[in-house]
Every structure is written in structure tokens, then in C-alpha cells.
Design a protein around this ligand. Structure first.
Ligand SMILES: Cc1cc2nc3c(=O)[nH]c(=O)nc-3n(C[C@H](O)[C@H](O)[C@H](O)COP(=O)(O)O)c2cc1C
Length: 373
């Protein structure tokens, strides 16, 4: 008896991809999602099972939830995992080990929230909020400290140390969180970066801090160890914000990051099918690949609702959206597809998609956030 022909989606998504020295077994990436289930910043056995369950079901690359680098002002929660400290790293080592045992690959998403923090918040209540200009998006009143050269050096060192730890304890690479209005993005965006020194001004100057972090990480880890950089136009507190209005502006930001050692860009959008700039169908990941030649990951509402699922099954108008995604992968406009909420909802999502069992997919329901299933 011959096996049934795989669906086009399964066939295309099953192809391996490469990020520097890493081979990702297929094109499906778990998007980073903060879960707040790591008391004391320690990812426990439940966190390891949560990720390894998804790896066992065929997710090729897991990007962990954002995890704080070792700087006192990096975070604002005691239940977000930290990527420093003996107990915390021992917990992470088990996460990586279990994901590997399940056949997956995994990178931690290294995170500093910058001015999104308020003084008094855990894990280090006395630490001030720090950012490029000490202001929080939407306010002109300082609510924290404009970073001094010492602050910049400390944070660069914290990212480099976390990346070194990631390699040492068995992770397959790192993702630097440069998106959504957190510290690195606060530098990239003129709305939050009002500096008049070498770290502020035009897009290249605003990219300097992030590029220095990339360079420090690159210097610290092995040459083949993948560095992924996640960035976005939109901010958590400003969905319509844009870093770049034109491909030229985008190139001014991405080129120094690529030159500093980024192997892959994770271009975060809320809807992957939307063109980024007038006059082209390319989305943000498509433009990123065109401008940098680097491996790129697209993301945004893949598999979220019933319409999309019916599209997978070949019914209804959303077919076009899915065909567009598969066509773009085939044309190598981007290389990998990150899936967030659909994978929160259903740990078996990748297995179902890769086996063509689309009729078993369920729409996303926010109650999935309540547990670490
Ligand atoms: C509960 C939740 C937590 C998230 N946490 C993070 C995070 O820690 N870091 C990050 O870069 N993005 C985070 N995101 C954004 C996701 O990575 C992803 O880009 C977004 O959900 C869009 O993908 P989706 O439509 O497939 O869910 C989070 C999203 C959700 C729903």
C-alpha cells in the first residue's frame, strides 16, 4: 500500500533550514511567548515538559519565552525565567536537554525590558528603570534613567554573558529580543530614543547599541553558533509605530546588525500576509531577506482562527493566505514560519499540520493562557 501524498503545506514545511551552523529539521518555529510560570526565575520541570511536548510533536525550532539577562533593571516579574544564576541556568539546561531528546532545537530569547519597567517591581525592586532617554513611550516626563556609558557597557556585558551561558549549557543559538518596544527597540525607535550622543539621531546611530550587543555576543560565542535578532515595527504600547517608513530606512537599521554578526532575522508582524511598503507584496520578513540576504523568520496570525484552518483544508477564501505563505517559502522570500498562539492552544499543532490532519486543528481560545499544558 502506498502512503498518501503529503499535502503541499506538509511537503514545504517539512524541509530543513539552516541558520549558521544549525540545521533546523523543518520550517516550523515556536514563537517566543512569556508565560510567567517560573517562580524565582527558575524554569522547572513543567516548563521543560511544555517545550519538549511541542518539540516531540514536530516543532523544528523553539524560541523560548523572553528570559531576563543578568542586569538588575532587565525585568519586572519574579515569575519570568532569568538567564543567569546557578539554579536558573540549571533549570534551563534541563529544558534544552529535554527538547533535544524530543528531536527539536531550541534558543533562549534574551530580554531586557528597559523603560517598560517601573522602579519597585521585582525581581530587583530597588533597581531603576533605564533606557535610551529615561522616558517611557507616550510620556515626555522621565520615569527612569537615561543610560550612562557604564549602563550601556553593563547591559552589553549581560547579553554577552547570557549568550555564553546558552552555548555552555547546550542551547542551539540565541535570539536577541529587539522588538515590541523593549530596551533594544527603545534605542532603535526615534519615539523613545532622544539621545544626542553617538547612540541617537539617524537610524544608523540608533542601531549602534543593538549592533554593539550583537558584536559582543558574536565575539563571545563560537563562530558557528547562531545569533537570531528579533525586531518589529510595532510596539506593545503603539501598534501603529514604525521604525522604518521606506526600504532604505529599514536597510539603514538592518545592515549594521547583519554586519555585526546576526545570522537570522525574526521579523515580527501581527499579520504575516500584509505587504510592508507600497509597491511590493513583500512582507517585513521578505524585505528583511531581500535587504540583508540573511535567513528570515516570518510570524503573525498563522493558524489562529477557523478560517485559516479551513484554508489549510482547501475550503474557503483564506486558501489564498495559506497559498501565499507556501508560495513565499518556495520563492525563498523568507525561510521559516513562527507560530505563537496556535501552538499555545495545541501542543500537537505541528504534528497535525505535518501529517495533513488539518481537520483536527482547533481555533485559538485565550483560556489556553491559563495553564502550561
Ligand atoms: C502570551 C504571549 C506572550 C508573548 N511573549 C512574547 C515574548 O516574550 N517575546 C516576544 O518577542 N514576543 C512575544 N509574544 C509575541 C509572539 O511571539 C508572536 O509574535 C505573536 O503572538 C504573533 O504570533 P501569533 O499570531 O502566531 O500568535 C507573545 C505573544 C503572546 C500571545
Amino acid at each position: 500500500m502506498t502512503a498518501p501524498a503529503p499535502s503541499r503545506a506538509a511537503e514545504i514545511l517539512s524541509r530543513p533550514a539552516h541558520i549558521n551552523g544549525l540545521t533546523v529539521p523543518n520550517r516550523i518555529v515556536m514563537a517566543p511567548m512569556t508565560r510567567n510560570f517560573s517562580p524565582g526565575g527558575v524554569p522547572g520541570a513543567d516548563v521543560a515538559s511544555y517545550y519538549s511536548r511541542r518539540a516531540a510533536a514536530g516543532v523544528g525550532l523553539i524560541v523560548t519565552e523572553g528570559t531576563y539577562v543578568g542586569h538588575e533593571s532587565a525585568g519586572s516579574s519574579d515569575s519570568v525565567p532569568r538567564f543567569h544564576g546557578e539554579e536558573q541556568l540549571a533549570g534551563w539546561a534541563k529544558v534544552a536537554e529535554q527538547v533535544h531528546a524530543a528531536g527539536g532545537t531550541i534558543v533562549p530569547q534574551l530580554w531586557h525590558i528597559g523603560m517598560v519597567r517601573e522602579q519597585g517591581e521585582p525581581p530587583y525592586a530597588d533597581a531603576p528603570a533605564v533606557g535610551p532617554s529615561g522616558i517611557r513611550l507616550g510620556t515626555d516626563e522621565p520615569t527612569g534613567r537615561a543610560m550612562t556609558q557604564r549602563d550601556l557597557d553593563d547591559v552589553i556585558g549581560a547579553f554577552a554573558e547570557a549568550a555564553a551561558a546558552a552555548e555552555r549549557i547546550g542551547f542551539d543559538g540565541v535570539e536577541l529580543h529587539g522588538a515590541h518596544g523593549y530596551l533594544l527597540d527603545q534605542f532603535l525607535w526615534s519615539g523613545t530614543n532622544r539621545r544626542t550622543d553617538a547612540y541617537g539621531g539617524d537610524p544608523v546611530a540608533r542601531t549602534k547599541f543593538a549592533a554593539e550587543i550583537v558584536a559582543a555576543v558574536r565575539e563571545t560565542v563560537s563562530a558557528e553558533f547562531p545569533i537570531i535578532f528579533r525586531y518589529s515595527q510595532w510596539k506593545q504600547e503603539a501598534y501603529r509605530a514604525r521604525l522604518a517608513e521606506t526600504p532604505e530606512e529599514l536597510e539603514a537599521i538592518l545592515a549594521p546588525l547583519a554586519a555585526a554578526g546576526v545570522d537570522a532575522f525574526h521579523a515580527s508582524t501581527r499579520r504575516y500576509w500584509l505587504p510592508e511598503f507600497d509597491g511590493s507584496d513583500l512582507n517585513l520578513a521578505g524585505w528583511t531577506k531581500k535587504l540583508t540576504g540573511r535567513t528570515t523568520i516570518t510570524v503573525g496570525s498563522v493558524g489562529l482562527d477557523g478560517d485559516f484552518i479551513r484554508g489549510f483544508m482547501g475550503e474557503g477564501s483564506p486558501v489564498k493566505a495559506i497559498d501565499d505563505l507556501l508560495d513565499a517559502l518556495e520563492r525563498e522570500e523568507y525561510d521559516l514560519v513562527a507560530v505563537g498562539r496556535a501552538l499555545l492552544q495545541d501542543p500537537q499543532w505541528a504534528a497535525k499540520v505535518l501529517a495533513g490532519r488539518f481537520d483536527e486543528l482547533a481555533p485559538y481560545d485565550a483560556s489556553a493562557l491559563k495553564s502550561l499544558s
